[in-house]
Design a protein around this ligand. Structure first.
Ligand code: ZN
Length: 158
């Protein structure tokens, strides 16, 4: 595919996720949660996830507001990690961050990020890299925290 056509396709994928965000909202039974912010651009995001006993992400949702890149990236991230294990999701975070460094889509099928590779071109714009990475950094934080458990403890102590 010529570069221009590929760029058009990528732009369409991003716009579609921005206009029709997937997994947008809140979860009733989230056991992982984190807030993220990118003050440079004003992007804010909250990620909630329900992880089952086997470490699989049963459900995930994001909320917040921000530029089209941050929102599209959040939407694509949730689609990708839903149904995967937390280990797989954390590997995808690494793959994504690598893609933001190199501007190249992952080279092995194992690391295939699908539509998310539409964001590879963002690597050329360092300011936008923070927008695109916000969802992934916040996901990483959410999976490494267990706020629902902490909230329960607080309620009991009051
Ligand atoms: Zn932004």
């Amino acid at each position: 595919m010529p570069d221009a056509a590929l760029e058009d396709l990528y732009r369409e994928i991003l716009l579609d996720h921005y206009r029709n965000p997937r997994h947008h909202g809140h979860l009733d039974a989230a056991n992982h949660k984190a807030d993220g912010a990118n003050p440079l651009c004003g992007d804010q995001i909250t990620i909630e996830a329900t992880v089952n006993a086997d470490g699989r992400i049963e459900d995930i949702a994001f909320s917040g507001a921000g530029c089209s890149i941050s929102q599209a990236s959040s939407s694509m991230m949730t689609v990708y990690v839903a149904g995967h294990t937390t280990a797989e999701a954390l590997r995808a975070v690494e793959t994504f961050q690598q893609m933001m460094l190199t501007g190249e889509a992952p080279s092995t099928a194992e690391q295939d990020l699908g539509d998310i590779e539409a964001l590879a071109g963002v690597a050329k714009f360092p300011v936008r890299v923070k927008c695109a990475s916000l969802a992934w950094k916040t996901l990483q934080q959410a999976l490494q925290s267990q706020t629902a458990a902490a909230v329960t403890t607080d309620e009991r102590s009051e």
